[in-house]
Design a protein. Structure first.
Length: 216
């Protein structure tokens, strides 16, 4: 009897395991799997006729792809004004400054903690790069930088690109060349010309103390 009970127990365990269905064996079709349900035997169903992507609706190819004839565009897909620049600055400080720093020099806080350092936005190569290039990198990532398409919407990517361009221009603009109204927009701190021997690349560059307009 003891042997019979043991045999019955083994059979019960085997039957239970045969009926068990884990998440890795879920009752669903795999991509492009054969189907006996549909007449064409395709599990993947074609899109409904006249379906339009919600994210692409009403958006121009320039806004979406940043390319024209296979080259990165040198223009922005919409007008860049102060509101766009400020929006770009806000988004840049949230998503970009941890690596690129608020100055754009590439020595952000996580870089100081060991993350690979990105190139400075003030390198000549990136100063000459088309706006479409920056949008492309934000969208698709580059090197160790991941894609930020999920975190940053389309127009915000362009706004960040516009702010990066303003940040680049600010490093080559002397305060003395600005009129009083432009100087008042730099910040509430002291606005002073750089002292001899200082290249204006310190951590105070964003507050006008480097002798250069900080945010255009």
């Amino acid at each position: 009897m003891r042997a019979l009970r043991f045999a019955l127990l083994i059979v019960a365990v085997l039957l239970a395991s045969a009926c068990r269905q884990d998440m890795h064996d879920a009752p669903r079709y795999e991509p492009l799997e054969y189907s006996v349900f549909f007449d064409d035997h395709r599990a993947a169903r074609p899109a409904v006729e006249n379906t339009v992507s919600r994210s692409a609706f009403g958006e121009s190819p320039l806004l979406l792809q940043a390319r024209r004839d296979g080259r990165f565009v040198k223009v922005f897909p919409f007008e860049i004004d102060e509101a766009v620049i400020r929006r770009g600055q806000e988004r840049y400080n949230i998503y970009c400054s941890p690596c690129h720093a608020r100055t754009g020099l590439g020595d952000g806080m996580i870089v100081r903690r060991g993350y690979p350092q990105p190139p400075s936005f003030h390198d000549q190569r990136l100063k000459e790069a088309a706006p479409g290039y920056f949008f492309h990198v934000i969208t698709n990532g580059f090197g160790v930088m991941p894609s930020y398409a999920a975190q940053v919407p389309l127009r915000d990517r362009w706004a960040i690109t516009a702010y990066i361009r303003a940040l680049q221009l600010s490093r080559s603009t002397q305060v003395s060349s600005l009129d009083s109204s432009e100087k008042s927009k730099i910040g509430k701190g002291d606005v002073r010309e750089p002292k001899a021997g200082h290249g204006g690349h310190g951590n105070n560059a964003g507050h006008g103390e480097s002798g250069e307009a900080s945010h255009g």
